[in-house]
Design a protein around this ligand. Structure first.
Ligand SMILES: *[C@@H]1O[C@H](CO)[C@@H](O)[C@H](O)[C@H]1NC(C)=O
Length: 212
């Protein structure tokens, strides 16, 4: 008994030198959390539920947590610096970050898949998104903007640049192409189709209608 007390006393002294870094957490007593107290180490103390993460049961239902843990049963890991942006501390110094954040302390903003075409990944009110340069849009700034529009099945492939279907030309794919030009003032209105001026007709408006 005497030997046991001496041994325990040394243990308490040894632990007391770390008290500033440690935490006394109590489920049932009125000892404040996270404050060093002159505790009595009771060798028969029972902690139920037991102290987690190598915490020591120093009194009935009072755990003495090892560094990096806190809570009534030392169940919570603590991270310094704290996990930012809603990250969760998994174990001391290890954060699990909320979606859209990364880095050791979840302090970095990360856009899934990145931002293309000079877009910038930023967080606005906790929402992470790409801010696109003008003339690009989409969640990753992957879509070019053609202010003129791309008509007749054309698609916008770069800012202001349409890729046109065969038979169409022009900045907005608005001009039809007639392989054979329309004659006599006729107009090419769709690929290889002329609209003729009276009194002309025919595929290229080359025929003059007989008048009665
Ligand atoms: C701790 O609890 C046990 C039973 O759970 C009890 O016998 C003992 O007296 C308690 N110790 C103190 C110091 O309250």
């Amino acid at each position: 008994m005497t030997m046991g007390s001496v041994g325990l006393g040394s243990a308490v002294l040894f632990l007391a030198s770390f008290v500033a870094l440690l935490c006394v957490c109590s489920a049932s007593s009125d000892a404040p959390r996270g404050v060093a107290v002159g505790f009595v180490f009771d060798p028969r103390a029972k902690c139920d539920p037991p102290c987690k993460h190598a915490g020591i049961c120093i009194r009935n239902n009072t755990c003495f947590c090892s560094k990096g843990y806190e809570g009534e049963t030392c169940q919570y890991a603590t991270c310094y610096p704290k996990c930012k942006n809603g990250g969760e501390c998994l174990r001391p110094g290890k954060c699990r970050c909320a979606p859209g954040f990364g880095g050791r302390y979840c302090h970095k903003v990360t856009c899934d898949g990145g931002c293309w075409n000079g877009g910038e990944c930023i967080a606005v009110n906790g929402v992470v998104k790409c801010i696109c340069p003008s003339s690009w849009t989409g969640s990753k700034c992957q879509e070019a903007i053609c202010p003129q529009g791309c008509r007749n099945g054309g698609i916008c492939v770069a800012p202001g640049i349409c890729s046109c279907l065969e038979g169409w030309l022009g900045g907005a794919c608005h001009a039809a192409v007639c392989a054979q030009p329309c004659l006599n003032g006729g107009k090419c209105i769709s690929p290889d189709k002329c609209r003729c001026r009276p009194p002309f007709s025919g595929p290229r408006c080359e025929e003059r209608k007989k008048s009665h």
